[in-house]
Design a protein around this ligand. Structure first.
Ligand code: FAD
Length: 417
């Protein structure tokens, strides 16, 4: 009998694993379990739906027939509550037990709540699923005033949705700028100005102390830590994710803000693998553990996990260690924005402004380029990514790297570590 492959999560990581397994072993017995009520869709695009810029249809990636055609058993609205590694079973919220030979946990994360009074009020939104996007769109279309909390890559989507839906919004930030771990004031000011042009006002050294509700329990205002009251019938909260690791609690997998996997997506538990946002994977470029909340990385990890599961079941499948430089773009403004690699780590940075709405910052660790942020001109991204992949030691050549358009052969011999 052929091995059974069970996948928890039908996001891009889980779905890519199912696809990879089917491609290499068309007769494989594959089951995909998801607590969502719909099959894989493009999570990156749900912000455009919430802004009112896209209808539903183009956001779907796989319709149910896609699974039928591949004989993949997709079970919607099915929450896995427990994994029993000894019995090789998973248990669902309905008490059903499903056996596996190889199990992939591709369960991603769940947005954190703000730990403040009335954070669960009607009108306070988190943003992860298509269902969230539908609620957000409906509410934002009706709302007059709003606040957004969380000065990162998801928070800015909520701010752009307010702008797109003509909600008069304040973007409350804890520090003195947006994404302060990756941008200096010079770079962040380009984003702030872009927000202002959309009718969203950045408010610095702020944050929510508590929400106020009206007599019906609906959101009425956010009061910040300085006691300033901001009218709001809409609030968007994006302060990070809690990774969905509880189901691994009866296993010996190492859980540490996600689950540890090796460079082939194996956890430390026999026959259990993980992929996507939920992993703390072994990064073969940095030579340390890393985590990556991006679509491309989750897709690659999922496909690799599927192939590793096959290889470990005795199939003749070649596997290569995970080696990936991720990128994440923002398309809300008149200028492009891209972050690549790990722009928030390292021990050294350099940056340059190139005129209005054009700015660049690079981050280095032990002399190696490890990430950066490009605003306005994305042309050099592939060269930077190549240097990261090559582990080139180039921190001493910042003048060349920051040239408007440098050529690789202008760099002096870059040592490889
Ligand atoms: C609004 C938004 C915008 C984004 N924009 C970008 C972008 O521009 N660029 C970019 O690179 N990335 C972007 N991302 C991030 C990117 O979407 C994620 O990194 C990627 O989707 C992660 O994929 P995943 O498969 O690991 O996890 P997920 O997509 O989170 O999928 C996990 C699935 O598992 C399900 N699940 C969880 N627990 C269980 C359980 N116990 N039982 C059954 N099912 C379970 C979840 O409901 C979910 O369907 C964005 C994310 C959001 C929310």
């Amino acid at each position: 009998m052929s091995a059974s492959y069970v996948i928890i999560g039908d996001g891009i990581a889980g779905s890519s694993a199912a696809e990879a397994i089917h491609e290499e072993a068309p007769d494989a017995d594959i089951t995909v379990l998801t607590d969502e009520g719909e099959t894989l869709y493009n999570r990156i695009l749900i912000k455009e739906y919430a802004k009112g810029k896209l209808p539903e249809a183009p956001i779907s990636i796989h319709d149910p027939e896609w699974y039928d055609e591949r004989d993949i058993d997709i079970q919607l609205n099915t929450l896995v509550t427990r994994i029993n590694p000894d019995a090789h079973t998973v248990e669902t919220h309905e008490g059903t037990e499903i056996e596996y030979d190889k199990l992939l946990v591709a369960a991603g994360g769940t947005p954190n709540d703000l730990p403040v009074e009335n954070a669960d009020a009607d009108g306070v939104h988190h943003f992860w699923t298509f269902e969230d996007a539908r609620r957000i769109r409906e509410h934002a279309e009706a709302a007059d005033t709003g606040v957004v909390v969380g000065a990162g890559l998801l928070g800015i989507d909520l701010a752009a949705i307010c702008g797109g839906q003509d909600v008069d919004a304040k973007y409350l930030m804890r520090g003195n700028r947006w994404w302060r771990y990756a941008l200096s004031e010079a770079g962040a000011e380009i984003i702030h100005e872009g927000l202002r042009e959309k009718g969203v006002e950045p408010v610095f050294e702020s944050g929510v102390d508590h929400f106020e509700v009206d007599d019906d329990g609906a959101l009425a205002a956010a009061v910040d830590g300085n006691g300033v009251r901001h009218d709001a019938d809409f609030a968007g909260v994006a302060i990070g994710l809690d990774f969905n690791v509880e189901i691994l609690q009866d296993t010996d997998a190492t859980i540490e803000n996600g689950v540890h996997v090796d460079e082939y997506m194996r956890t430390e538990v026999d026959d259990i693998y993980a992929a996507g946002d939920i992993t703390q994977y072994w990064d073969t470029i940095l030579d340390e553990r890393a985590q990556n909340g991006s679509w491309g990385s989750a897709k690659q990890q999922g496909a690799l996990a599927g192939r590793t599961m096959l290889a470990d079941s005795g199939h003749d499948v070649e596997i290569e260690p995970f080696r990936w430089v991720s990128s994440y773009s923002i398309t809300h403004f008149d200028f492009p924005f891209l972050s690549f690699g790990f722009p928030t780590i390292g021990d050294e940075t350099c940056e340059r402004s190139y005129g209005d709405n054009e700015w660049r910052r690079l981050a280095f660790k032990d002399g190696q380029l490890v990430g950066g942020v490009l605003i306005g001109n994305l042309a050099p991204q592939s060269k930077y990514k190549q240097l990261i992949k090559e582990e080139a030691v180039v921190a001493d050549q910042q003048d060349v790297l920051l040239q408007d358009n440098f050529e690789m052969d202008e760099l002096g011999a870059a040592t490889q570590q």
